[in-house]
Design a protein around this ligand. Structure first.
Ligand code: 9MR
Length: 373
């Protein structure tokens, strides 16, 4: 009897939550129309059509998509000259069928990059000329495949470190800083109308931000187009501050580009170290204290999370037109990469929809904020 009462009460709460989030009658994407695109990353379960419940949430709430993994070079060109567009084609078709803004992620990145890309038959680094030819062939084939269908590309991903120096990737080792302008030039040649982005995390670090601004200026001075900076939003409860995030948006827009908040998620869990960012090679040992919410989140923590998430959206809504897209890095908490990063095996709650596909209270709050504007 007691159990039955608890069950009824829980069901009542759940339905209130769903009703509350839809109380204005508008969904997320309708409320944000005219402000910025609201997007999400799609994984293979969603792209293949298998994860039906996720797909419902996506269609109702989001009007922009990006592929979480299937457009990275190790999947698109696993062997030199052998391209596999099967999953990427499905992803693009899904976006078209649902009238969504489609972003390609990503052309040149040091990670999820097949080894053949930068070595010769003896396992040595290739010459600068060979690497340029491989970059050009990869970029023109991939961008060409979706010409006129994909609206914007993350051309270069994560090439700059927090202190403002260039990441010592294979691209940098072989071509120096020049690999970035080259990548943008190749992409522009392959589809003169597609938008071109530089995408990175932890851009609120002053050193990193300054180098990105310099990069924007250099590209523009050389007549190479760059349309926006993707500001990955892998953020935590302790940082960055709203002021740091806002200052970064302002510095970029002053340099003459739009800002797209990409890869947004707000981890509720204790950070093993400040400013971990999103470098997948970072990993910390599991400790119980780092995983406090396996059985659910207490009200105080949940309220703090909701407040911080709505503060971020308040900030984005302050700059409509300048912030032209906000893309979540996933749909529901259960599908988030944050459950495994930077500590494996944790239970995190970083996204807008919970493990039962329900909108969290913050969704209603974002809708309210958007309608107030
Ligand atoms: O979310 C992606 C995860 O499924 C992959 O295992 C991981 C591999 O590096 O890449 C994740 O996405 C990354 C994105 O492509 C670039 N920025 C950082 C993201 C999180 O690592």
């Amino acid at each position: 009897m007691k159990n039955k009462k608890i069950l009824l009460f829980t069901l009542l709460l759940l339905s209130c939550n769903t009703l509350f989030s839809q109380s204005s009658g508008k969904t997320l994407k309708d409320a944000l129309k005219g402000k910025f695109y609201i997007g999400t990353a799609l994984n293979l379960g969603q792209i293949s059509g298998k994860d039906v419940a996720d797909i419902d949430v996506i269609k109702q709430n989001f009007n922009a998509i990006v592929a979480e993994n299937c457009m990275k070079s190790m999947y698109l060109q696993p062997k030199e000259g052998e391209f596999d567009f099967a999953d990427a084609d499905k992803f693009v078709t899904f976006g078209e069928q649902n009238g969504m803004w489609i972003t390609g992620h990503c052309l040149i990145w040091h990670s999820q990059l097949p080894r053949w890309f930068f070595i010769d038959e003896n396992g040595n680094n290739v010459s600068p000329e060979t690497l340029k030819a491989r970059m050009k062939s990869h970029i023109s084939t991939v961008v060409g495949q979706y010409k006129g269908r994909i609206k914007g590309w993350d051309v270069v991903n994560e090439a700059i470190m927090e202190d403002g120096s260039y990441r010592k990737s294979k691209f940098y080792e072989i071509l120096g800083e020049e690999f970035i302008p080259l990548a943008f030039q190749y992409a522009q040649e392959a589809d003169p109308n597609v938008e071109l982005y530089y995408n990175d995390y932890n851009e609120w670090y002053p050193g990193k931000r300054a180098t990105v601004v310099r990069l924007i200026k250099t590209l523009k001075e050389r007549g190479i187009r760059i349309d926006a900076i993707g500001m990955q939003g892998h953020v935590g409860m302790d940082g960055p501050s709203m002021e740091e995030y806002e200052q970064t948006i302002l510095d970029y827009t002053r340099a003459g580009v739009k800002v797209m908040v990409t890869e947004f998620d707000l981890s509720i869990l204790p950070a093993p170290r400040q400013g971990v960012g999103a470098d997948i090679s970072t990993n910390f040992a599991y400790q119980k204290e780092l995983n406090p919410y396996t059985e659910g989140v207490p009200d105080s923590a949940s309220t703090a999370w909701t407040n911080r998430m709505s503060d971020f959206f308040k900030l984005f809504l302050k700059y409509p037109g300048k912030v032209s897209r906000v893309t979540m890095w996933g749909v529901t908490d259960g599908g988030s990469w944050k459950n495994g990063f930077p500590v494996r095996g944790r239970t995190d709650y970083p996204l807008l929809f919970d493990r039962k596909y329900q909108a969290k209270p913050v969704v209603a709050e974002i809708i309210r904020l958007a309608e107030k504007k």
